[in-house]
Ligand binder design. Structure first.
Ligand code: NAD
Length: 229
C-alpha cells in the first residue's frame, strides 16, 4: 500500500530543547549585535572576521548538541508515512536522529561554500572557517547558510512538497520568517494540519490544530497517535 505523504516544516523551536537557542529566546546581543544583524551579506562585507566568529561559535554548539525526543519521533513517522522534513534550521539534528529526507531551506552550518562559486562546498566540522580560507579559485569561504535578504533556492521544491501533503505539521517556528512561512498557503484543502508551539499567542494558520506544548512532548504524542491510526 502506498504510504500517505507527511510533510513537516520545522524551525528553531524543534532544536531549542537540544540546547540550541532560537534567535528570539537568545534575548540579548552578541558582541553588541542582534543575531539578525550578523546574519546578512552586508555584515560579512563590513566585518567578515566577526561574522565568521559568530558562525564558528554556533557551529561548535551544534556539534555538541544531541537530537531530542521531537527529532526522534519525527524519524519514527517513516515507519508508516512517506515523510519529508522541510527545515529552516541550519543544524543537522534531524539527520542525526535518522530522518532520511531533509530539505534545508536556510542551508547547513556545518558546510562552507565559496563566495565566488556557490556550488563549491565542503564540510568544515569543528575546525570552522577563518579569514583567508579559500576555494581552489581563490574565493573566500563563507558559511553555507542563507542570510537575511538572500534568495532561498530550495523554496520551489518546498512548495511542491507542501502541495502534495496529506498531513502537514509545523513544529517550532513563529511563521514570521519569509518566504518559509508562505508554505502553509500551499497545502491542499484535504490535508490534516497541526501546529506545535508552546506559545499560547502563536499565530495559528487557518485549518490548523494548535498543540500548545513543547515539541519534545507534543510531537511524540502526536506521532504515537498517527502510527496507531
Ligand atoms: P523562529 O521563527 O524559528 O521561532 C522559534 C519558535 O519556536 C517560536 O515561535 C517559539 O515559540 C517556538 N519554540 C520555542 N521553544 C519551543 C519548543 N520547545 N518546542 C516548540 N516550539 C518552541 O525564529 P528564530 O528563532 O528567530 O529563527 C529565525 C531563523 O533562524 C530561522 O530560519 C531559524 O530556523 C534560524 N535559527 C536556526 C537555529 C538552528 O538551526 N537550530 C537556531 C536559531 C535560529
Amino acid at each position: 500500500m502506498k504510504k500517505a505523504r507527511c510533510v513537516l516544516l520545522t524551525g528553531a523551536g524543534v532544536s531549542a530543547e537540544s540546547g540550541l537557542q532560537t534567535f528570539r529566546d537568545a534575548g540579548g546581543l552578541w558582541e553588541g549585535y542582534r543575531p539578525e544583524e550578523v546574519a546578512t551579506p552586508e555584515a560579512f562585507a563590513r566585518d567578515p572576521e566577526m561574522v565568521l566568529r559568530f558562525y564558528n561559535e554556533r557551529r561548535r554548539r551544534v556539534l555538541e548538541a544531541q537530537p531530542n525526543a521531537a527529532h526522534r519521533a519525527i524519524r519514527e513517522l517513516e515507519k508508516r508515512y512517506a515523510v519529508r522534513v522541510i527545515t529552516q534550521n541550519v543544524d543537522d539534528l534531524h539527520e542525526r536522529a535518522g530522518s532520511k529526507d531533509v530539505l534545508h531551506l536556510h542551508g547547513e552550518i556545518l558546510y562552507a561554500r565559496s563566495s565566488l562559486d556557490p556550488r563549491w562546498r565542503r564540510n568544515v566540522g569543528a575546525e570552522g572557517i577563518r579569514l583567508g580560507d579559500c576555494c581552489p579559485r581563490g574565493g573566500q569561504l563563507r558559511p553555507d547558510v542563507v542570510w537575511f535578504g538572500e534568495p532561498v533556492p530550495a523554496m520551489e521544491t518546498a512548495f511542491r512538497e507542501a502541495a502534495g501533503a496529506e498531513l502537514f505539521m509545523v513544529v517550532g517556528t513563529s511563521l514570521h520568517v519569509y518566504p518559509a512561512a508562505q508554505l502553509v498557503h500551499a497545502i491542499p484543502p484535504h490535508c490534516r494540519n497541526w501546529l506545535v508551539n508552546p506559545d499560547p499567542a502563536a499565530e495559528v494558520p487557518e485549518g490548523f490544530e494548535h498543540l500548545c506544548e513543547r515539541a519534545s512532548v507534543a510531537v511524540p504524542q502526536l506521532v504515537e497517535r498517527l502510527l496507531r491510526e
